[in-house]
Structure formats: structure tokens, C-alpha cells
Design a protein around this ligand. Structure first.
Ligand SMILES: CC(=O)CC(=O)SCCNC(=O)CCNC(=O)[C@H](O)C(C)(C)COP(=O)(O)OP(=O)(O)OC[C@H]1O[C@@H](n2cnc3c(N)ncnc32)[C@H](O)[C@@H]1OP(=O)(O)O
Ligand SMILES: NC(=O)C1=CN([C@@H]2O[C@H](COP(=O)(O)OP(=O)(O)OC[C@H]3O[C@@H](n4cnc5c(N)ncnc54)[C@H](OP(=O)(O)O)[C@@H]3O)[C@@H](O)[C@H]2O)C=CC1
Length: 293
């Protein structure tokens, strides 16, 4: 555990917020999750418990460690409960307006010396920092999904991020036994600059009728040794998040090669967001996911 950062605040009890809470609590940190609704927090805590229980079943964690990890995590829909945090990691919806509004609510509650980080997949760290009262103590700490299983964390400085903040974040991520890469503050950083255009291209491949969902995913799993097909991965990330990232790339780099596929736009407009909404390129409502095209 980091000597200075003991209390970790997490904003957003979605898949990323819960994953970050899981690995932080398992490393011995006290974690508090804030989200808008108590229901969201309850279902997030249930997901964390389910993931911890699977580790116990697989012999990767003892029952005592599961209980201890869970006992390190609290949650509430009261933003004031983030006050004791030494480091707050914002993992709310990938929407700049939402994140900016959160910072205006959260900053007055925090200790002046507290660090604030964002798990954004794509947005400008410098621009987000400017919406806080502490741009020098703000940076990107970008975990990968699913957090407990993925070894990489991208660290991204904004123009104002100071060295103390960067070192503290680096040390914190090290205590979670993750490997860091440092990315410059460009749209979507490194992983998503490369991964999301590939996923978008897979959706174009579907849109143009080159292959079915099953054909495209099988092709990339068996033909390129990807652990998940690109459409399965898009559903896993969340199609709303995929679309937001493509929009940030398209707007930020002003290159038509990043144009979001119209089929991706339509799916998001329909509320078909992938796994989290029960339907995306696959239908998740039955026992096994069923391709929809
Ligand atoms: C959008 C962004 O901003 C950035 C991103 O995150 S992009 C997305 C990056 N992620 C990927 O590309 C994931 C690609 N998929 C994979 O790597 C693999 O399919 C996978 C790791 C998710 C699952 O692997 P698998 O071999 O099929 O499954 P399985 O053996 O059951 O699980 C492997 C580990 O992952 C864990 N895991 C799997 N799914 C999980 C989940 N949803 N939540 C938490 N942990 C999970 C398991 O508990 C297991 O942990 P241990 O090794 O400690 O036992
Ligand atoms: N999905 C992925 O693979 C990855 C995502 N990320 C990034 O992590 C962040 C979160 O993504 P992810 O967990 O997938 O998204 P989810 O949609 O799973 O979760 C987002 C959570 O934020 C909550 N939220 C929305 N507005 C507020 C608010 N004003 N205050 C507090 N909480 C709020 C949502 O609540 P409600 O549902 O009620 O709106 C929801 O619980 C995004 O920035 C995303 O780009 C980074 C790496 C990988």
C-alpha cells in the first residue's frame, strides 16, 4: 500500500469504478464509491462480491481475504462522503459535460492536498483539469477492462500536472501490481487510439455485409489470436463508450478515418449499449449470447 494515499474515492459504480475499487481494496486501501443512486452502488458491490467469490472458488483468494477486501469498501450517493479521500479516481460516464459537472461538485468537498484523477478513455486531461480547482494535482489514470484481469494502466499528464502527483500515481498503480505505460495527452492516448479504430472497422465490416457478427468475431479470434472478437469486445466495453471515444478521435484529430460507423451510432441511439444493457451485437438475455446479425 502507498505510504501517503490511504483512502481512495471512486466516482461511478459502473464496471470500471467497481473494478478499480476491487483491486484497490484487495491491495489494502480503504475505498469509498460514490454514484448518483444507491441502487447503482448496491449492484456494483454485488458485482465486486461476485468477482471476489469467483477468485475464492478458483483458489486465487482465501475466504478471509474476500471478507477483508469487501470490508474495505463502502459506498454512498452523498458526495460529502468523499471528503476523507487522499486520491479520487473519477470513473463516471464518458461524457465531458458529465465529468466537468462532477468536478465542480466534488472539488469543494475534497482536502486541498487530495489528488484527483480520471479514468477517461479518450478525453483531454488538460481540458478536464481546467474544470477543477487543482490542475497540478489532476491527471489520467487509465485502467483497462476487466480491471482485475488486465495488467496495464496508462498514465497521462495534463499540461499542468506536477511531478509529485505523477510520482504518487505511479507508486499507487505499482502497489496494485499493474504495469504502467506513459501516454501523452492526445485523443484516446495509446491503447484506444489503436484499438477503437479496429473495433470501428469491424462494425463497418458488419455494416457493409462483409461478414456476420459470428464470422467477424471468429475471424479475429482464430485468424489473429485475439482473446475476444472485436464485436464481442465492443459489447464488453459498452457501445456508448466506444462511440464517445470515436467521436473524440474524429473531433480531436480532424481526420475522416475516425468517422464513427453509422451502425454504431444507431445502436447507441436505440439504447443497445452491449452487455450492460442486455443487447448489443449480441443478445445477452438468454443463457448464452446470441449474435443479432
Ligand atoms: C475502452 C478502454 O478505455 C480501454 C479498455 O479497457 S479496452 C478493453 C481491454 N480489454 C480487453 O481487450 C479484454 C480482452 N479479453 C480478454 O483479455 C479475456 O477475454 C478476459 C481476460 C476478459 C477473459 O479471459 P478468459 O481466459 O476468457 O476468461 P477467464 O479465464 O475466465 O478469466 C481470466 C481472468 O480474468 C478475470 N475476469 C474475467 N472476466 C472478468 C470480469 N468481467 N470482471 C472481473 N474479472 C474478470 C477472471 O477472474 C480471471 O482472473 P484470474 O486469472 O485471476 O483467475
Ligand atoms: N468500459 C470500458 O471498457 C472502459 C471504460 N473506461 C472509462 O471509464 C469510465 C466509466 O466507464 P464504465 O465503467 O464502462 O461506464 P458505466 O456506464 O459502466 O458506468 C458509469 C457510471 O457512472 C455513473 N455516473 C453517471 N453520471 C454520474 C454522476 N454525475 N455522478 C456520479 N456517477 C455518475 C453511472 O450512473 P448511471 O448508470 O446511473 O448513469 C454509472 O454507474 C468512462 O470514462 C470510460 O470511458 C476506461 C477504461 C475501459
Amino acid at each position: 500500500m502507498n505510504a501517503v494515499l490511504k483512502n481512495i474515492g471512486i466516482i461511478g459504480a459502473g464496471q470500471m469504478g467497481c473494478g478499480i475499487a476491487h483491486v484497490s481494496a484487495a491491495a489494502g486501501y480503504r475505498v469509498h464509491i460514490y454514484d448518483l443512486s444507491q441502487d447503482r452502488i448496491e449492484s456494483g458491490l454485488a458485482t465486486i462480491n461476485g468477482n471476489l467469490a469467483r477468485l475464492v472458488t478458483n483458489g486465487k483468494m482465501t475466504e478471509e481475504e474476500r471478507k477483508s477486501t469487501l470490508s474495505h469498501i463502502t459506498g454512498s450517493s452523498d458526495v460529502n462522503d468523499l471528503a476523507p479521500s487522499d486520491l479520487v479516481i473519477e470513473a463516471a460516464t464518458e461524457d465531458e459535460a458529465v465529468k466537468r459537472k462532477i468536478y465542480t461538485q466534488v472539488c469543494p468537498v475534497l482536502k486541498p492536498e487530495a489528488l484527483l484523477a480520471t479514468n477517461t478513455s479518450s478525453l483531454s486531461i488538460t481540458r478536464l483539469a481546467a474544470a477543477t480547482d487543482r490542475p497540478e494535482r489532476f491527471m489520467g489514470i487509465h485502467f483497462m477492462n476487466p480491471v482485475p484481469a488486465m495488467k496495464l494502466v496508462e498514465l497521462v499528464r495534463g499540461i499542468a500536472t506536477d511531478e509529485k502527483t505523477f510520482s504518487a500515481a505511479k507508486e499507487f498503480v505499482g502497489t496494485l501490481e499493474k504495469t504502467i505505460t506513459v501516454a501523452e495527452d492526445f485523443p484516446a492516448f495509446i491503447v484506444n487510439r489503436i484499438l477503437l479504430p479496429m473495433i470501428n472497422e469491424a462494425i463497418y465490416t458488419l455494416y457493409e455485409g462483409v461478414g456476420t457478427v459470428d464470422a467477424i468475431d471468429t475471424a479475429m479470434k482464430l485468424g489473429a489470436n485475439h482473446p475476444m472478437g472485436p464485436l464481442q469486445l465492443a459489447d464488453f466495453i459498452g457501445l456508448d463508450t466506444c462511440l464517445s471515444i470515436m467521436q473524440v478521435l474524429h473531433d480531436g484529430l480532424a481526420d475522416s478515418k475516425y468517422r464513427p460507423c453509422p451502425l454504431l451510432v444507431k445502436y447507441v441511439e436505440a439504447g443497445w449499449l452491449g452487455r450492460k444493457s442486455g443487447r448489443g451485437f449480441y443478445d445477452y438475455r438468454g443463457e448464452v449470447p446470441v449474435p443479432t446479425r
